[in-house]
Design a protein. Structure first.
Length: 131
């Protein structure tokens, strides 16, 4: 993967399962917009994908290569993630735990962001900051 390469966009429904071999991948909320923010950064040995790989929901974040590296891309159809999770309890638990933790952290970040906007500490997108 090249630095700046988008692996998947928020809203995509057909994301793949990625394993990072080398380099980093930055997870972004609001990619390309005025309120873009970094959610997390993943490096070698981590896997990407979201809970939506199991549920069919669209991706909540955009995955952007932060620095050049290598990823293993496993098409969801070949992976049969649902079957794998059901068949291998230890691997299934690890994947589900990671996805659920990531989802909970994202929800907490969204709530904190909303509080900052509501209190005026952070302007809403498209509005000038208070003076």
């Amino acid at each position: 993967m090249a630095a700046g390469e988008v692996l998947y966009h928020e809203g995509d429904r057909n994301c793949e399962f990625f394993v990072i071999v080398a380099g980093t991948v930055t997870m972004l909320d609001g990619y390309g917009g005025p309120a873009e923010r970094v959610d997390s950064v993943h490096g070698a040995g981590r896997f990407l994908g979201e809970f939506g790989l199991l549920t069919g929901q669209p991706a909540f974040l955009t995955a952007l290569a932060g620095e050049p590296g290598e990823v293993v891309v496993v098409p969801v159809e070949r992976l049969r993630l649902r079957e794998l999770v059901a068949r291998d309890a230890a691997l299934g638990d690890m994947i589900l735990r990671a996805y659920l933790l990531r989802r909970a952290l994202l929800i907490d970040a969204i709530r904190a962001h909303a509080v900052l906007i509501a209190t005026g500490a952070l302007p809403q997108a498209g509005r000038a900051p208070p003076r």
